[in-house]
Design a protein around this ligand. Structure first.
Ligand SMILES: [Zn+2]
Length: 169
């Protein structure tokens, strides 16, 4: 899947061109000269364990990494906190409502599709709802921490390792 790259200036609609500025190749508007800075996208994920310490995963129904398992999560939207985003994505993807118990960690990851993503992970306790595939996933399942499938994203693997250390699992 090709990486998405902006072609037009978001302020004036002018064509963007690559220029070497401030020590880096950047996109600059040919009309208004604004530099189009590229920043990593912030995302939030939910690490949900059931009473048997099994971890909730979703099977991705969309690209990138369609057909692979990952933690429920997604991009943080304007006006919401990282915690709120993790809870919202959890509900949208798995139909589970939860409450945030602790911050697990935060990792930066290069993404072929999005450029760079910063992923915040939270341990969330399920409060209500039965696990059911919602948006963007085909299937949801609680996996034993000792027998997890390969996760789609490096940052998710690191978050799971950090969670296991924090809980001595
Ligand atoms: Zn412009």
């Amino acid at each position: 899947m090709p990486k998405k790259e902006a072609k037009f200036c978001p302020w004036c609609g002018g064509l963007l061109e690559k220029k070497f500025i401030q020590g880096k190749e950047r996109l600059v508007c040919t009309l208004c000269s604004e530099i189009y800075y590229k920043n990593p996208l912030p995302a939030a994920t939910a690490l949900v364990l059931n009473q048997d310490n099994q971890l909730l995963l979703g099977l991705r129904a969309i690209e990138p990494a369609r057909g692979m398992w990952c933690l429920p999560g997604g991009f943080i939207e304007m006006g919401e906190t990282m915690e709120q985003a993790a809870l919202r994505e959890l509900k949208e993807e798995t139909c589970i409502e939860g409450k945030v118990m602790s911050f697990v960690g935060c990792f930066y990851q290069e993404s072929r599709f999005y450029g760079g993503v910063i992923i915040f992970g939270y341990r969330i306790e399920p409060v209500c709802g039965e696990p059911k595939a919602g948006d963007d996933v085909e299937e949801v399942f609680f996996y034993s921490l000792d027998d997890l499938p390969v996760l789609a994203f490096e940052a998710h693997r690191k978050l799971v390792e950090k969670l296991k250390k924090q809980l001595n699992l």
